[in-house]
Design a protein around this ligand. Structure first.
Ligand SMILES: NC(=O)c1ccc[n+]([C@@H]2O[C@H](COP(=O)([O-])OP(=O)(O)OC[C@H]3O[C@@H](n4cnc5c(N)ncnc54)[C@H](O)[C@@H]3O)[C@@H](O)[C@H]2O)c1
Length: 384
């Protein structure tokens, strides 16, 4: 493959134009073609970028040999079909979150990419943000002690979706961050919700997750809130981190706060928690558009053959949790157990070549015979 990467984008509604802008302005990349069923949206893109070819036929992108990679920014229910065609046409494939509508669909896509030696990446944009990368560094350094639990709130008024509930719409971001930071396999999910406006589609949900390492997380998602809220709290045994994505400059605040129970006491009267209130610290974050970093990582992964941070596997992990949340909603919030993905996929791999997954833990050497012409994105080395 030439160093210049030619990307085709399918879907230019609300989000697709952001991908087009980023790919178009990155060095060594250009957007060759954009497809959408909607002529008006294509007209809008043509007006912004007269040199980009537009088409209502996705097949025109698939059949174009000059296109190396395809980015998919269409509604979730179309992801599997479009990504399958893209991978079968031997294009490296980027899919917006959530990766697909079911774990079976995701597994099939992971297998197709693996067998064809293609990069498959999912748009978990937040894990490429400066704030989340910094939180990951702090947690991994042990500075906050043992990570006990994560609490997240992603709330706003609308936008009501027609095909998916609020968990599938908003929680993928939180889940991708939680999985990235917690670094442990989830073992169970409970989810409760309410359908206030549209039959069959929950607009408010509350999910809780338990992890193999004892960690716990709560994810609140809502289309029915007067305020736009984007908050996460990471509670460690020594310190706590508060992340407010609505803040422009002071997105992360580290609190030197903790609660300690006395190691031993002889009577209930003697028992008292000790509350520690220390300093607060706001680390400086270098401003960069997370989406730009994510697009760079996709291109670098295509060239190097290295697995991106949000590969098909991480996409599958998030969909596994969303699927379990839907199951729990049906059961009125009952606990749904999560099978360990690496173990189950390694089991499948022994039976058949399809669906083989190499996790970071089991990957022995970089994929493929390609020459390593580029290295990992420098800003991501620390967190890989
Ligand atoms: N990473 C993020 O922060 C982020 C933010 C918003 C949306 N998204 C994701 O982006 C994706 C698209 O969301 P959106 O809000 O832009 O949706 P949208 O409905 O505004 O746009 C989707 C576009 O896809 C087109 N389309 C649908 N089926 C098609 C097909 N078969 N072939 C060609 N075009 C087709 C539609 O005509 C429409 O223009 C979703 O997966 C969503 O979750 C990601």
């Amino acid at each position: 493959m030439d160093t210049q990467i030619n990307v085709g984008v399918v879907g230019c509604g609300y989000w697709g134009p952001n991908l087009i802008r980023n790919f178009q302005f990155l060095p060594n990349c250009k957007v060759g073609k954009v497809a959408d069923l909607n002529q008006e949206r294509l007209g809008h893109i043509k007006q912004l970028y007269p040199d980009i070819e537009v088409t209502t036929e996705f097949d025109h992108i698939l059949q174009d040999d000059s296109i190396d990679a395809i980015a998919i920014a269409t509604p979730v229910w179309t992801h599997h079909e479009l990504a399958k065609k893209s991978l079968k046409a031997r294009k490296h494939t980027f899919i917006e979150k959530p990766m697909a509508s079911s774990t079976d669909q995701c597994r099939e896509l992971v297998g197709l990419a693996k067998n064809r030696n293609l990069t498959l990446m999912v748009g978990h944009t937040y894990i490429y943000s400066a704030a989340v990368r910094r939180i990951k560094e702090i947690v991994d350094s042990g500075d906050i002690g043992k990570l006990l639990y994560i609490n997240t709130q992603r709330l706003n008024l609308g936008l009501f979706q027609k095909d998916i509930n609020v968990t599938w719409d908003l929680a993928p971001h939180d889940l991708s961050i939680i999985l990235h930071i917690m670094d442990s396999a989830p073992v169970s999910v409970n989810c409760q919700g309410r359908r206030s406006k549209k039959a069959g589609i929950e607009d408010v949900t509350n999910m809780s997750l338990s992890f193999k390492n004892g960690g716990f997380a709560i994810v609140q998602s809502s289309w029915l809130d007067p305020n736009k809220v984007r908050r996460m709290t990471f509670v460690g045994s020594n310190r706590m981190i508060f992340f407010d994505d609505n803040e422009t400059l002071e997105k992360i605040r580290i609190y030197d706060k903790r609660v300690e129970a006395p190691p031993h006491y002889d009577s209930f009267v003697e028992f008292q928690y000790s509350y520690h209130h220390g300093d607060q610290y706001v680390p400086h974050l270098k401003q960069a558009e997370p989406l730009k970093t994510m697009c760079e990582v996709f291109l670098e992964s295509i060239v190097s053959g290295e697995k991106p941070l949000s590969s098909g596997f991480e996409g599958l992990q998030v969909v596994q949790l969303l699927e379990a949340a839907s199951e729990s909603l049906k059961l009125g919030g009952a606990k749904v157990k999560i099978p360990d993905l690496i173990t189950t996929m390694m089991g499948e791999a022994q039976e058949s070549d399809a669906g083989v997954y190499e996790s970071n833990a089991v990957r022995k050497k970089p994929r493929g015979e390609k020459e390593q012409t580029q290295v990992t994105h420098p800003s991501l080395r620390a967190v890989r």
